[in-house]
Ligand binder design. Structure first.
Ligand code: C5P
Length: 228
C-alpha cells in the first residue's frame, strides 16, 4: 500500500492532536505534534529570561541561541506515547502548562523560529507515512500532502475540553482564563504575518464540536482509505 502524508491543522484545543494520534495508531503511521515543538522553544526562551514580564521577546538573543537548541520526541515505553525533549530533558508536562500557553503564540510568530522548526518537520516527513498536526502543515510544511484536514469547533467547546483535560491531570484550572487564552491564541495565530493559520484551499473542513472520538476516527479512516 502506498504511503501518504496527512496534515491536520486547526485552531487551539480543537482536538487535532487526539485525532492525529488516533489516526496514526490506526494506520501505523508516525505522529508528530508540531505545537509541542513551538512550546519547547517557548519554554527555552522563558527559562533563559528572554521573555520580559510584558511578554516582549528578546529576539536577538533567541536567534543566537536557536542553534544550541534541540527539540526531539522519544517514545515512552510504558505509555506507548511520544514525549517532548528539550536538549535531552523530558519537558512533556511543563510545556502543557498555562505559562507556556500564554507565550507560545508570540514565539511561534517569529520568522526564524518557524524556519528552523519547519525545516526539521519537513525532514521528519521525508519518507511519508506521517500524520502531522499544527497550524501550517497543509499550507507551508507539506503543501503537497495527500490528505489535509482543517478542524474547527466553537471556542467554548474547545475551552471546555482543555479545562477537562487539565482537571483530569489534576492541574488547577480556571475556565474563563482558558477561554481567554484560546481566543487570544486564535487571534494571534490567524493574524500573524508569517504563515498565519488558514485553511488550505484543498483541505477538508471538519467541525468536530458534536462528534464523539469514535465518529472522528471513523471519518478520518474513511478519508484515508479514499487516498491509499
Ligand atoms: O497545538 P498547540 O496548541 O499545542 O500549539 C501551541 C501554539 O504553537 C499555537 O497556539 C500556535 O501559536 C503555535 N503553532 C504554530 N504552528 C504549528 C503548531 C503550533 O504556530 N504548526
Amino acid at each position: 500500500m502506498k504511503k501518504i502524508t496527512i496534515a491536520i491543522d486547526g485552531f487551539s484545543s480543537c482536538g487535532k492532536s487526539t485525532m492525529a494520534k488516533m489516526l496514526a495508531k490506526e494506520v501505523g503511521y508516525i505522529y508528530v505534534d508540531t505545537g509541542a515543538m513551538y512550546r519547547a522553544v517557548t519554554l527555552f526562551a522563558m527559562r533563559n529570561g528572554m521573555i520580559a514580564p510584558n511578554g516582549e521577546v528578546n529576539r536577538d538573543e533567541l536567534k543566537q541561541k536557536m542553534q544550541t537548541l534541540r527539540v526531539e520526541f522519544k517514545l515512552n515505553e510504558q505509555t506507548g506515547r511520544a514525549e517532548t525533549y528539550l536538549n535531552g530533558e523530558n519537558v512533556e508536562n511543563e510545556i502543557r502548562g498555562m505559562e507556556v500557553s500564554s507565550h507560545v503564540s508570540a514565539i511561534a510568530a517569529i520568522d526564524f523560529v518557524r524556519t528552523a522548526l519547519v525545516e526539521q518537520q519537513q525532514r521528519m516527513g521525508r519518507d511519508k507515512g506521517i500524520v502531522m498536526d499544527g497550524r501550517d502543515i497543509g499550507t507551508v510544511v507539506f503543501p503537497d500532502a495527500e490528505l489535509k484536514v482543517f478542524v474547527t469547533a466553537s471556542a467554548e467547546i474547545r475551552a471546555q475540553r482543555r479545562f477537562d483535560e487539565l482537571k483530569g491531570k489534576g492541574v488547577e484550572a480556571n475556565f474563563d482564563e482558558i477561554l481567554n487564552n484560546v481566543q487570544q491564541r486564535d487571534y494571534i495565530d490567524s493574524h500573524r504575518e508569517v504563515s498565519p493559520l488558514r485553511k488550505a484551499d484543498d483541505a477538508i473542513e471538519l467541525d468536530n464540536g458534536e462528534l464523539t472520538i469514535a465518529q472522528q476516527l471513523q471519518w478520518l479512516v474513511e478519508r484515508f482509505e479514499e487516498r491509499v
